[in-house]
Write a protein that binds this ligand. Structure first.
Ligand code: C2O
Ligand code: CU
Length: 444
């Protein structure tokens, strides 16, 4: 699959031919256009309800689409929004990556009944970053997400604005995922407790889309919104990671490949300066051999903009001791021997303290571990043969979800210093979450 790798114009042309050669198994001859998410209007409620996707497939969507309308606010703003549940089943909305008071966090015990609504409001007190919203009812999160419920929640601040990053048409918000065409349709959902995967890649709700970007730099803001699939992203164009779940990282990180587990986000600059107008560049998934998104390069203005050498000032959390807690992710969706119970508090964390948590995968699947109520910093871990699991370029800075591969351990430093209250830790493989790989804890 050399055609999915490499850099420069020649590799770009080779990949176009390659994509055609794969057409029988993959993309159609003429790809559909990539839908771009619109902004949520000022007083528009978020409505979880039926949606019709390309090809007439029916699913769920927020305000009729996937992604739902984007919420875009600045650090210091107040967020307030009505959520209406137009579905025939209970739901909740969790603002993944937003630090919210516990009763605004959309936790499983805080259901919005079918046909009713709820007002969410909390202050935005965090740095710029790419967050998202999705359902979180216990036992049915995986199905609701599979059927299309997800949207972006973007925070901006002055530090980010000062960098002059590509914006407007050169900034793409992409929710990447898969769909299960063999199950009777694009959105057929057949739950697999090991983590449901599909045979077709989707970007912003459309399989195998195409789009255009002008020559120069583009900013790709990517969410892995899949239930279970881990993506390994590559392109013929040079990719530089500048941010992740918790916003900008410290310095730009050029990468050949980006591994993204469910729930993780990356902020990536794609360098299209060396491509002629008319050239085709892909955003490909190396793990599945998918040329997921085809990008046609168009003429663009010479801006002379360069990637800044320094992106963000990041406080480094310090903790010199052994782990304060260890979480072992085990058989039958257990954590440390227990399956989730909605009304059981599993542990208590002191407010304001820096704690070292160890995540250990004891069973044959990667587990993307997500923590509500705070961000954390990833430290080195271990891999099965006693080697070191280095911090990956997209794991620098602040994170809220980290992928723990089979038999790896990953240590993180975490500090809950915004709200006291009850929060969650869980695997973001949604079928693992639904089957109980989740814990309640209280910050106090
Ligand atoms: Cu993105 Cu607790 O979830
Ligand atoms: Cu898991």
């Amino acid at each position: 699959l050399a055609l999915l790798g490499g850099g420069g114009v020649l590799a770009g042309l080779a990949a176009t031919g390659g994509a055609r050669a794969l057409a029988a198994a993959g993309p159609p001859e003429v790809r559909p256009p990539l839908p771009r998410a619109r902004l949520l209007d000022a007083d528009e409620p978020l409505r979880a309800g039926r949606a019709v996707f390309s090809g007439g497939q029916e699913g769920f969507g927020y305000n009729g689409g996937i992604p739902g309308p984007t919420i875009r606010l600045r650090n210091g703003d107040a967020f307030a929004r009505r959520v209406e549940n137009l579905m025939d089943q209970p739901t909740t909305v969790h603002w993944h990556g937003l630090v919210a008071p516990q009763d605004m966090d959309g936790q499983p015990h805080d259901e919005i009944a079918a046909g009713s609504g709820r007002d969410y409001a909390f202050p935005i007190r965090q740095r710029a970053g790419l967050n998202w919203y999705h359902p979180h009812p216990h036992g049915t999160t995986a199905a609701q997400a599979w059927y299309g419920l997800a949207g972006f929640f973007v925070i901006e601040d002055e530090e980010e604005a000062a960098l002059g990053l590509p914006s407007g048409d050169q900034e793409l918000f992409l929710v990447i995922r898969d769909a299960q065409s063999a199950a009777g349709g694009m959105f057929g959902y057949v739950a697999d407790i090991a983590g449901t995967e599909g045979e077709v890649p989707m970007v912003n709700g459309v399989a195998w889309p195409r789009t255009t970007l002008a020559r120069g730099f583009a900013r790709l803001r990517i969410l892995n919104g899949a239930n279970a699939r881990v993506f390994r992203l590559r392109s013929q164009a040079a990719l530089t990671v500048i941010g992740n779940d918790g916003g900008l990282i410290d310095t730009p990180q050029p990468v050949d490949e980006i591994e993204m587990a469910p729930g993780e986000r990356v902020d990536v600059l794609m360098d299209l300066r060396g491509f002629e107008p008319g050239a085709t560049v892909g955003l490909n998934c190396n793990a599945a051999g998918w040329p997921m998104l085809e990008i046609e390069v168009t003429e663009g203005p010479e801006t002379g903009w360069e990637i800044p050498g320094h992106l963000s000032e990041i406080e480094t959390l310090v903790h010199s001791g052994e782990p304060d807690r260890t979480f072992v992710f085990q058989e039958n969706e257990r954590i440390n021997g227990e399956v989730y119970e909605m009304n059981r508090i599993d542990f208590i964390v002191p407010f304001g303290a820096v704690e070292r948590w160890r995540f250990a995968s004891a069973r044959g699947a990667p587990h993307p571990i997500h923590v509500h109520g705070a961000h954390f910093q990833v430290l080195e871990g271990t891999v099965p043969n006693g080697g070191v699991r280095a911090v990956r370029p997209w794991e620098r800075g602040w994170k809220d979800t980290v992928n723990v591969r089979t038999h790896e351990t990953v240590d993180v430093l975490v500090r809950f210093d915004v709200y006291e209250g009850r929060y969650l830790l869980h695997c973001h493989k949604l079928e693992h979450e639904d089957h109980g790989m989740m814990m309640n804890f209280v910050v106090s």
